[in-house]
Design a protein around this ligand. Structure first.
Ligand code: PEP
Length: 255
């Protein structure tokens, strides 16, 4: 049975006090979770140690990071390695977010090295893909996303796919308030699952969680998560307020 996941991407938001309060509120308000219905919280690096301590005893809520470096160690001032994340009890790392692709110029080659570093250090990967508006307007989104998956992930042997979650995040829906319709999300998620099946077989495709990201909120989460190929969400803005985030977690839990 494939997992349903709601993952919080705090991006560059919340100081230590605000972050601790938010985790505490999530702890107090979380609906029933289990090993197939889980939450991931990916705060900025500076929070990780403290958030990790807060999550002890919070069943099925896992610690994530928003990035790792493509090299194992060395003279990369300001960077954090996958091994360091592992040593901080991190379980998941987001790789390939469109903001890092755009603002940090992370290309397919560097992203595939990051995926390798993460997996080599025992981390699970949430690999982001998604098209810009011009590609959607040209109706070329399927080929665009397929090429991102091919370049970032498809060098992996089938045995490593167990540690991969895919997040489909159309760039035109991130932080814009403009959500993909549930039909658009379902179409793309079904396409991604077909691409996975062609490369790795039906079993892997059926077991790989595919999350939707882009202006997901409590008011649209239930409809999105009811789609057969949408296995939860990667949540930006709405993950910063406990009530909103918990509303989305509840939609996943009830789906
Ligand atoms: C994201 O950046 O991963 C995201 C989904 O952001 P938002 O929910 O704010 O659109």
């Amino acid at each position: 049975m494939r997992k349903k996941i709601v993952a919080a991407n705090w991006k560059m938001n919340l100081d230590l006090t605000e972050g601790a309060e938010l985790v505490n509120d999530i702890f107090n308000g979380s609906p029933e979770l289990n090993e197939n219905k889980i939450v991931v919280i990916a705060p900025p690096y500076i929070h990780l140690t403290h958030t990790s301590a807060q999550l002890v005893g919070m069943n099925h809520v896992h610690l994530g990071a928003q990035n790792c470096h493509a090299e194992p160690s060395g003279a990369y001032t300001g960077e954090i390695s996958a091994a360091m994340l592992k040593s901080a009890e991190v379980e998941y790392v987001i790789i390939g977010h469109s903001e890092r692709r755009e603002y940090c110029h992370e290309d397919d080659a560097v992203l595939s090295k990051k995926v390798n570093q993460a997996l080599a250090n025992g981390l699970k990967v949430i690999f982001c893909c998604g098209e810009p508006l011009a590609v959607r307007d040209a109706n070329e989104q399927n080929a665009y996303v397929e090429s991102q998956l091919t370049a970032g992930l498809f060098h992996l042997p089938v045995t490593q796919l167990i540690d991969i979650t895919i997040a489909y995040e159309p760039i035109w829906a991130i932080g814009t308030g403009r959500t993909a319709t549930s039909a658009q999300a379902q179409d793309m998620h079904a396409h991604i699952r077909k691409v996975l099946a062609n490369k790795y077989g039906e079993t892997v495709a059926a077991e790989t969680p595919i999350l939707y990201g882009g202006s997901c909120k409590p008011s649209n989460a239930a409809e999105l998560f009811a789609c057969p190929d949408v296995d939860g969400g990667l949540i930006g803005g709405a993950s910063l307020k406990a009530a909103e985030f918990l509303g989305i977690v509840a939609a996943m839990s009830n789906a």
